[in-house]
Design a protein around this ligand. Structure first.
Ligand code: NAG
Ligand code: NAG
Ligand code: NAG
Length: 382
């Protein structure tokens, strides 16, 4: 092979590296009391080199801001819509017409539900997910969008487990095993990816004996797992490949995988701080930029960081850390230095307008016994 062809191979390889799927994505949640205007967030996504964004619904103002942005979008369908979408093809067609067809946005995926099999939901969505997926898929076919827009469902990593600590012993959870196979078959038939949310922080949060260094990407030699010659020195790889084995064991070893959420919070727990968040996210990003995947899937992981901006109106039922997942504070100020792609550190949101600082003083005419005092104070506070 002459040097010209070597050069060609290098160029092709680089083109693959920056091709679709390899760019980094962000989750853009909006459960905030003071959300930034969508146009400011879209500018911030572009300034920081995000190529993809994942939404939790299909907010028309957000989609409008994303139109012609060049950013690829995963729109979401909240769990509370699964019942109507499962029961009515017409509802699914209306959803697609209003939330996909009508926007000049590069929508690549529809996320049907969000972690619907979480134990906290008591099985509410178990029977609804597959029919909802099928109806949304049929609606996309009817709208002529099925080749460009794929349905998927972001699942929590508790849908699979390993009977030992080895990824190769992975399989789907026994109580939903049959259902998972039907879902995987459906995804496979429609060229859709399996979307999984993986949280090493939660491993640490749930288990005081969990080895801290195994949560990060710095080579935790003391807790490394040797799985038939594949060495796992971090829980992300081990968890991800447990899924790969579960898929492979059931005949779907080639199904593509998207990591729908990955990240680390900065407050609300002893392990939630900017230092650990920086260490985790930078460790993860450095692997993505270096084109490195997991032992079972060596190509770079296709992932959406969780999360772009703090959401101060989220339920803290999962834990006090829940409002602190952002790379940025509520106003688009970066929390810590992070090299995402080629950039050098995070770029703050621009042109943010702050409200004037104001004091509310209780009227001398008012009485503390007035039942309106509580609501008025809440109103003034927010
Ligand atoms: C479109 O999505 C929005 C936001 O998720 C939702 O409120 C609305 O009901 C959807 N439209 C239809 C026709 O389902
Ligand atoms: C699930 O069950 C528990 C205990 O019965 C209950 O407290 C909780 O509200 C239920 N959650 C949902 C989403 O139904
Ligand atoms: C998976 O992909 C490889 C490479 O494209 C192919 O050789 C193999 O037959 C595929 N396996 C299945 C189960 O589809």
């Amino acid at each position: 092979m002459g040097w010209q062809s070597v050069g060609l191979v290098v160029v092709l390889h680089m083109a693959l590296l920056i091709g679709p799927g390899s760019g980094i994505g962000a989750n853009w949640g909006t459960q905030a009391t003071h959300p930034l205007p969508p146009s400011i967030v879209v500018k911030m996504l572009k300034d920081n080199g995000f190529e993809k964004v994942k939404l939790f619904d299909a907010d028309a103002n957000i989609l409008k801001a994303l139109s012609k942005s060049g950013i690829q979008v995963m729109v979401g369908i909240p769990n509370d819509m699964l019942l109507s979408l499962a029961n009515s093809e017409q509802a699914a067609q209306n959803w697609v017409a209003q939330n996909v067809s009508s926007h000049a946005v590069d929508i690549r995926y529809v996320a049907v539900g969000n972690e619907p099999f979480l134990a906290a939901y008591n099985g509410t969505y178990i029977g609804l997910l597959l029919p909802a997926l099928q109806n949304v898929q049929s609606a996309l076919v009817k709208a002529g969008l099925a080749s460009q827009v794929k349905v998927t469902v972001p699942l929590n990593a508790d849908v699979y487990q390993s009977s030992s600590n080895l990824p190769s012993d992975g399989d789907f959870r026994s109580d939903i095993h049959q259902l998972m196979l039907q879902i995987v078959q459906f995804l496979n038939d429609n060229g859709s990816p399996f979307t999984i949310n993986i949280y090493p922080f939660i491993s640490l949060y749930n288990d005081p004996n969990f080895p801290t260094d195994f949560a990060f990407f710095d080579g935790a030699s003391s807790s490394a797992i040797n799985d038939g010659g594949r060495v796992y020195d971090n829980v992300f790889d081990a968890n991800h490949d447990t899924l790969v084995w579960a898929l492979q064991k059931n005949g779907y070893g080639n199904l593509s995988i998207i990591v729908g959420e990955i990240g680390w919070p900065t407050d609300g727990d002893k392990n939630a701080n900017p230092k650990f968040a920086q260490q985790f996210n930078q460790g993860f990003m450095s692997r993505v930029t270096a084109g490195k995947g997991t032992p079972m899937r060596p190509s770079p992981v296709n992932a959406y960081l969780f999360s772009l901006i703090d959401e101060d109106a989220k339920s803290i039922q999962p834990g006090n850390f829940e409002r602190h997942w952002g790379l940025f504070y509520f106003d688009g100020t970066p929390k810590y230095p992070l090299t995402l792609t080629s950039s050098n550190g995070l770029v703050p949101a621009k042109d943010v307008q702050y409200q004037a600082k104001k004091w509310c003083v209780m009227s001398p005419m008012a009485s503390l016994d007035d039942p309106q005092v509580g609501p008025s104070v809440s109103y003034a506070y927010f």
